[in-house]
Design a protein around this ligand. Structure first.
Ligand SMILES: Cc1cc2nc3c(=O)[nH]c(=O)nc-3n(C[C@H](O)[C@H](O)[C@H](O)COP(=O)(O)O)c2cc1C
Length: 210
């Protein structure tokens, strides 16, 4: 089983990075193979809105994009994986532009005929809910602000997942990151480790029941 993590913080040693690494460690403790994409290190260009990727070649698992960057190789790894972790800090009430830029390009995983106006695309390779994902959002606003600071980010990161037929397992909101006690940090890291364990267990359960 392969679990892939996507880090949406530009800080590669920040809170998201540390939480995400713990999630992956938890997944590894259940024998999963893991891979981490630090989006700040990846050559991902902005979607230019040509929609070539969405409208052409429904038989391909990833639509063809005219942009020359790393996105198609990342998507190739994405479609082969069984589980995903998306981690982003809250910036100005939402996910980072870094994470958003990546998510916009993920539209290449969907297909919609050009004349199917006002319709949402369908998954090129629907996962039939055998694949699962978990998400992490961090913010300065404490945990009581989860609804205001966490939920909009979970919504945005989860948008494509419904179309891809990927079930969300955990949504870990970690607030108050700038003045957190060592004790709380260690509790949150523990929680993250268990998010990784649960993700693998849920994928295994879905496999057994199919
Ligand atoms: C440009 C910017 C905007 C931010 N906006 C918010 C915000 O709207 N609400 C909030 O609670 N925290 C906000 N923060 C704090 C970040 O969420 C916090 O620094 C981040 O969660 C730390 O995660 P990291 O260590 O992984 O980068 C903002 C930080 C930056 C740099």
């Amino acid at each position: 089983m392969v679990i892939v993590g996507f880090l949406g913080s530009p800080r590669v040693n920040g809170m998201n990075s540390n939480l995400l690494r713990r999630v992956l460690k938890g997944a590894e403790s259940k024998k999963a193979q893991t891979k981490l994409f630090e989006l700040i290190q990846c050559n991902i260009k902005f979607c230019m809105g040509c929609c070539n990727c969405v409208h052409k070649k429904p038989e391909l698992p990833i639509g063809e994009c005219p942009l020359d960057d790393e996105m198609s190789s990342i998507l190739e790894e994405y479609v082969k994986a069984d589980g995903y972790i998306f981690a982003s800090p809250n910036y100005d009430g939402s996910i980072t532009a870094l994470m958003k830029r990546f998510l916009e390009r993920k539209i290449a995983l969907t297909y919609r005929p050009k004349d199917a106006y006002a319709k949402i695309g369908e998954a090129r390779s629907p996962a039939h809910f055998h694949k699962k994902a978990s998400m992490i959002v961090t913010a300065n606003c404490p945990d009581e602000y989860r609804e205001v600071m966490g939920d909009p980010c979970f919504e945005t990161m989860g948008g494509h997942l419904m179309i891809e037929q990927i079930e969300i397992v955990d949504k870990l909101y970690v607030g108050g990151v700038e003045n957190m006690s060592e004790e709380t940090i260690s509790e949150k890291f523990d929680e993250a480790y268990h998010v990784g364990i649960r993700l693998v267990e849920e994928i295994e359960k879905a496999r057994q029941s199919s």
